[in-house]
Design a binder for this molecule. Structure first.
Ligand code: LLP
Length: 387
């Protein structure tokens, strides 16, 4: 197994645990996204929920991506990072009035509307400002993403979006609402999707819906197919950059855009996951009755994905080349779910070894908590540490 290149000397002087972002990996990923998406003039909005580290956001902004936001906080963070409001989309089932007003004040590209009551409130708030809000309907396409049920969003049982059975009612409503303009439709079927046929299924559904909207004489300026492209958590060193070529090709081959329509994406994980690692130290190696525990100073407060979704993160011992042995790699939190991996084959370890939990750039730092009154992890970038 190849190990990633880390500034280990520098690491040993920093208090652990901390996040480390390799901006070289991020920039190469962004370059690839631009090469592949520009083949068809696709528009990519970065899903801010994955990571809002300022250096990460700066690289994303420099690459020219827009932003996909799900809260007023994210809308503000995108604008503060210098992303043009004209590239900001705003989704979410529960947008508060102040959040809608923030979007209106900044003339964002589009609100992705998730229900009829929300549409009525946007209309009302826009009227109070004498504005016309651009909206897209988030439609629940009832397409399975074949991923973990916690991160499946496009089934009719999920809380997201407007059901297809309500579409007639929504389309009938628009002529009565003079402060919203319907400009698009939006979908998001789930996250960490590695089987691209799920996206093919989405394309089929979008094509059907295009016919429906045409039959209702509704002109859609854009289609937004959301995010969800998965990454390779097992082999981050071999597959540091997702296959964006294959991903965009699915849409190029299967989605029928009408003349003058643009296609938009909201990628989060695929952009930032592989550039990030959670760096931790082994506090103790403890011999249990039947197994060995490597007890880290990082816990699920720093990286909750294994505890919450039974997610796999590759683990590397940066301080040892000794033969591998199976360890249960655990954190210090007072809950049994605070386990990063069971029986993980780690190079033989001892107190003080530096450990990297890989592919932690997405939904890592941003989901950290202070449970057990722990400190929030700090973050460093390759630009800072390799300077
Ligand atoms: N667009 C919408 C409307 C979304 O809800 C999401 C993610 C995305 C885009 C970005 O999806 P991505 O490209 O990152 O798959 N915390 C979970 C993931 C939750 C994703 C929620 N929605 C995890 O750690 O796996």
């Amino acid at each position: 197994m190849i190990k990633a290149k880390y500034p280990i000397e520098k690491f040993s002087k920093i208090e652990t645990p901390f996040y480390y972002y390799d901006l070289e990996v991020l920039r190469k990923t962004l370059e690839e996204i631009n090469i592949q998406s520009k083949k068809s003039d696709f528009h990519v909005h970065y899903a801010m929920k994955a990571n809002v580290n300022p250096s990460v956001l700066a690289a994303i902004k420099d690459a020219g991506l827009g932003a996909d936001c799900v809260s007023g906080g994210e809308v503000q963070a995108a604008i503060d990072a210098g992303i043009s409001p004209s590239k900001v989309v705003f989704a979410g089932v529960g947008k508060a009035d102040w959040e809608i007003n923030l979007g209106l004040d900044n003339d964002i590209f589009c609100f992705n509307v998730e229900s009829i009551p929300e549409l009525e409130v946007i209309n009302e708030l826009a009227a109070a400002k004498n504005k016309v809000a651009k909206v897209a309907l988030r439609i629940n396409p009832n397409v399975s993403a074949h991923t973990h049920h916690y991160i499946t969003t496009g089934l009719s049982e999920n809380k997201f979006g407007i059901n297809m059975s309500e579409l007639d009612q929504v389309v009938d409503l628009f002529p009565t609402l003079s402060n919203v303009k319907l400009i698009g439709i939006h979908f998001h079927i789930g996250s960490q999707i590695t089987d691209l046929t799920s996206f093919q299924g989405l394309c089929v559904r979008v094509n059907e819906l295009q016919e429906y909207f045409q039959s209702r004489n509704v002109v859609l300026e854009h289609i937004n197919v959301g995010g969800g492209l998965g990454i390779n958590y097992e082999h981050p060193n071999h597959f540091p950059i997702p296959d964006f070529d294959a991903y965009f090709k699915v849409f190029r081959d299967h989605l029928q855009l009408l003349p003058n329509q643009t296609l938009h994406f909201e990628l989060g994980r695929a952009v930032v996951a592989q550039c990030g690692s959670l760096i931790s130290k082994v506090l103790y190696v403890k011999q249990g009755s039947s197994k060995k525990f490597a007890i880290l100073d990082a816990g699920f407060t720093d990286l909750i994905r294994p505890a919450l979704y039974q997610a796999y993160h590759h683990i590397e011992n940066l301080s040892s080349d000794l033969a591998v042995e199976p360890y249960d790699v655990v954190g210090p939190i007072c809950e049994s779910s605070d386990t990063f991996a069971k029986g993980f084959e780690l190079n033989q370890t001892k107190r003080g070894d530096l450990i990297a939990l890989r592919s932690a750039g997405a939904y890592g730092e941003i989901m950290a908590s202070q449970y057990n009154l722990r400190k929030l992890p700090k973050a460093y970038t390759s630009d800072e540490l390799l300077a």
